[in-house]
Design a protein around this ligand. Sequence first.
Ligand code: HEM
Length: 523
Amino acid sequence: MIDLLHYPVTVTGVLLFAHFVLRRFLSRSSRLPLPPGPKGYPIIGNILEIGQQEQPWVVYSDIAKEYGDMFMLKSLGTNVLVLSSHKVANELLEQRSTIYSGRPYLPMLCGQFYHRMKYDEYFANAQYGPVWRRRRRAFHQHLNPTVVHHHHHIIFGEAVQLLQDLAISPDRFRRHVQHYINRVIFRSFYGVKIAEQDDPYITLGMKTMEGFIECGVPGTFLVDMIPALKYVPDWFPGTGWKRVAEYYRQIAADARQEPWNNVVEKMKEGVAEPSIASAMIESMSPVGSPAREQEEDDARDALGVGYVAGSDTTLAAALTFVLLMAKHPEVQKKAQDELDSVVGIGQLPSFEDKPKLIYIEAILRETMRWLRMVPLGLPHATTEEDIYNGYVIPEGTIVVANIYHMLNDPAAYDNPSEFIPERHIKDGKIDKDVLDPYAVFGFGRRICPGRHMALDTLYTLISSTLSMFDVSAPKDEDGNPSVKYSYPTRGAVISPNPFDCVIRPRSARHDEFLRTLDPSTKD
Ligand code: HEM
């Protein structure tokens, strides 16, 4: 006998089931192939290519030469789609950004269970959804191109301090450049002046990064592959990962909370230096109102990402610039001639000079292109199935843009391994026909929202150091100038390993000028 009470439910269930089965088997996608890619081994598939530790960007680049600008690697249920041209990256990550803006699911780092590190509170790791959207919007409001100039006095004032530090102890240039970049981030974000040594906020930020490096590689912890392990009780042997997760969860929470609390306290005392945090707090709903708690969480966590995402990346570009100047005295001389004629000898370039400093702009572009600091960008993930050029790209596919390959493409750049700023200039202007190297900042809705601040910081660093200093190569055993340098072969961000170079004021006059600079008057 038919159970009338459940009849509609049963019919709906059968129809729904039939709908899904038919959709699966009759859909175009089920008849379409996956994008091509190297044939893997039985069961493990392409795990060797995916898990490649040494210069995976070069390995992917070689595969692209055989399979074209889009290929798929498959292993143990994971699909990794590698994009190797601007065209495909634009068509998928930009034009279809509603589908391609997720991040890969990393259970230990960001999983949805208690024993996790909660690193998805940093919106750079968050899944595409309302939390990511709110935090990204809060961040963007204070760092978009129309308002980033609010931080110029900090970028410039701290550069004066950098020049003085370089004049006093040029051998410690690495430390000085790093401190400059961190001062810019912490002053503009929180209005705090960080300490030269053992700053507590920097220590927390560095430990947070350690957690990312230690636990961010899927497969380091078994729970990444067998999420059911989260149910194993804490006292059970082999559950040490839970303590690791708790440790870093607390560190990362403190890294976001402590500088924020400092701003709140200083605002109460009426002594807060204006900053992004203080501006955010001033524009919030009244304390005690329903919206307030979420607004505070979003603002605090949106700002927390600044040091984590912005410090090492900007440092990689800045140190590479120093290295390239030591290697290329002819480029340096040309830049100094431009600075002297546009700004004047013994003067510091300002942001007003920027449109006229074409060669400086070309050096900045070429440094980014030559280095490709984040060679594989940050991985995206598809949030639904897609069909592109006759191939099916399943939901949950990890999508990697091989920025290294794009900016190293001989079809786009002659002699791509050479550092040639002139390639970006035509008829005394930046040549818009040359492929924009700012792919280093990623693509689509996830494109780096700190890029305007990064570029303004790098412009200031490049123009002000070249206006005051000569950078040269140390002499080798035979008395010839030689810069010995190397780059790490693994990691998300590639920054030069420690190298030596000689930094000196350009002349006695420049030396004199450096002595008279007062950082406080330049803010
Ligand atoms: C030269 C310096 C920098 C480079 C090369 C760089 C590069 C990148 C790249 C490749 C991404 C991933 C984009 C994607 O998923 O497609 C990214 C994301 C991000 N960057 Fe940067 N970045 C730099 C500086 C900064 C700075 C200074 C900040 C902050 C002040 C910052 C904040 C962020 C954030 C918050 C994200 C995550 C965006 C999201 O997931 O929605 N970056 N960056």
